[in-house]
Structures are given as structure tokens and as C-alpha cells.
Design a protein. Structure first.
Length: 295
């Protein structure tokens, strides 16, 4: 994978050494204001002595209100994104600086394309954040065993629709996603579209997904196979206003074999809520799950 900073025109203004960007991607589609996965993964990595590869954290959501449910601006310097305090442990993830970036190239901009929302794939008109990219330089502070450890965490927040981002950024640039975070399809709204996020699992081999953090067990996860027709409709239609997409990408996706059972060759372990934390949208689940690909 090329250095991630090469995809932006103005990354030098982010005040972060691009040579320190990891090559392992963690993607959270329809993330909203949920950043708890960063603390979970980084604490697990710290516990292992950082023997695993550090992540670049990518979050996508096409609709973000100016302020979150607690009245906090998600992209303001100093904003605390996640915080826990117990008798033995305290964790805080906050923004040190925010920089809006400009992509060098992006094939499809669905929010600026007339008629796209009438195709039954998306609903709503986005908001003032839609179609932007923010680099969040965050700091994770962990207090354990009488000492504080601070780690700089690079995050990229794309305010794009999930399918658009998958096809026109990740797959187009042949990027791999080591870790996928899939929590309740964006709070039950299916991530701001009429297309369930099941489509991501159809490309698990191309993305080389190694693990998934989710609120569903492999025994209870239900896939919606009508997603294929809607996704192909998106590909065909978006191709009409960007002829450059007629190359290997679209052809490769059309020829891609649809997986009847996307959960083959996965094993899972439970994640206690006391360790991962509550979510706003699914309080009935007793735990979360970490799916790992069998080697």
C-alpha cells in the first residue's frame, strides 16, 4: 500500500509526519460519533506490547449533525471523543487538532450528482459536512497501574456514503482493510441509505479483512441478499456520469462471485461490554463480538 498521505493534496498542513502513518487500516462505516473501537484496539495492542501493526483509523458517515447527542462538535480541537473511568482504569480519547483535507482524486461524488438520490439507494440530502474529509490527530491517554501512557492516534473521517467510499476509494485504490467495525448498520438506519451494509462482506477477499468488531454473533447475523441488485444498480448508474469507471474496477465487480455464505471460515470471541462500553443503539446485547478470519 502506498503511504496514505499520498491521496491528499494538502496533508502537509495536518502537522503530522506522514512517515508515521501505519499501513494497517481499520474502517468503521456509519460511525457517527462512536470512537470507542479506537480505545479498545489500542489498549489491546498496548497489552500485547505493540506486537501487532498499528492502525490508520478511517470512519465514514454521510450525515453528521453540527453537534452530537451531547452537544459536542465532533471536529473541534479539544473535543473528548471517548472517556471511561473506573477504580482501576481511566481512558480518554480527545482531538488535538483537526485539518480538513482535499482528495487528489475521487471518482464519484454522489451528493453533487443529479438524480442519484432518486435511484432508491440513498435517502436525505446530506448536510454541511457531506463530501468532506477531516484528519483528526487524537491523543489516547490511558491510566493504569499508577502510570499514564499517551499515544498519538491518526484518524481520517470521510463524510461519504459507505458504498461510494468502498467502491470509489478503497477498491479503486486497491486498499486493504485489516479490521472492519460493523455496529448496528449505523444505528438501524442502514448507514444513511436503503442499502444494508452486507455488501461489504461480499468483498472480504479483495479487502483482505482479518477481523470484524460487531454487535452480532456469527450464529445470529442475518444477511440481506437483495443488496446485490441495489449495489449493481449503483455501479451501473454512477458509471453513466463518470466514464473513467468503465475500466477494470466496474468489470471486476460485475464478474465478482457473490458469496452465498459470507460467514464461512470465521471464528469469534466475546467482548465484554464492561471493556468495550455501551452503544447508543443496541443496549439489549449482552456483549460484542470479535470475528477473526481462520488462517
Amino acid at each position: 500500500m502506498r503511504n496514505f498521505a499520498t491521496y491528499f493534496k494538502d496533508f502537509e498542513h495536518a502537522k503530522f509526519d506522514k512517515n508515521h502513518l501505519a499501513k494497517s487500516i481499520c474502517w468503521y462505516p456509519s460511525a457517527g460519533d462512536d470512537f470507542r473501537h479506537i480505545a479498545y484496539l489500542e489498549k489491546a495492542n498496548l497489552k500485547s506490547g505493540y506486537t501487532s501493526t498499528s492502525h490508520i483509523y478511517i470512519l465514514t458517515d454521510y450525515y453528521l449533525p453540527t453537534k452530537d447527542k451531547n452537544g459536542i462538535d465532533l471536529f473541534k480541537s479539544g473535543t473528548v471523543l471517548f472517556e471511561t473511568n473506573t477504580a482501576t482504569d481511566s481512558t480518554q480519547l480527545k482531538i488535538l487538532s483537526t485539518t480538513e483535507l482535499t482528495l487528489k482524486k475521487f471518482n464519484v461524488w454522489p451528493f453533487f450528482s443529479k438524480g442519484q438520490f432518486e435511484r432508491g439507494l440513498f435517502y436525505g440530502n446530506g448536510d454541511h459536512y457531506s463530501n468532506k474529509v477531516f484528519f483528526l490527530l487524537t491523543e489516547l491517554s490511558i491510566f493504569q497501574n499508577g502510570r499514564t501512557i499517551k499515544v498519538l492516534i491518526p484518524c481520517f473521517y470521510f463524510t461519504h456514503e459507505n458504498c461510494n467510499f468502498l467502491v470509489d476509494f478503497l477498491l479503486h485504490n486497491q486498499l486493504c482493510v485489516d479490521t472492519l467495525v460493523h455496529i448496528q448498520d449505523g444505528g438501524g438506519t442502514m448507514g444513511g441509505s436503503y442499502l444494508n451494509m452486507d455488501f461489504i462482506y461480499q468483498f472480504q477477499k479483495l479487502l483482505k479483512i482479518k477481523q470484524v468488531i460487531t454487535d452480532k454473533s456469527t450464529n445470529t447475523k442475518v444477511f440481506h441478499y437483495d443488496a446485490r441488485a441495489l449495489m449493481m444498480d449503483y455501479l451501473d448508474y454512477s458509471n453513466h456520469f463518470n466514464q473513467a469507471r468503465k475500466g477494470h474496477l466496474l468489470q471486476g465487480l460485475q464478474d465478482h462471485t457473490w458469496i452465498d455464505n459470507p460467514l464461512l471460515n470465521w471464528e469469534e470471541e466475546k467482548i465484554a461490554k464492561s471493556y468495550y462500553g455501551e452503544t447508543l443503539y443496541n443496549r439489549t446485547e449482552r456483549c460484542y463480538y470479535l470475528w477473526k478470519k481462520r488462517i
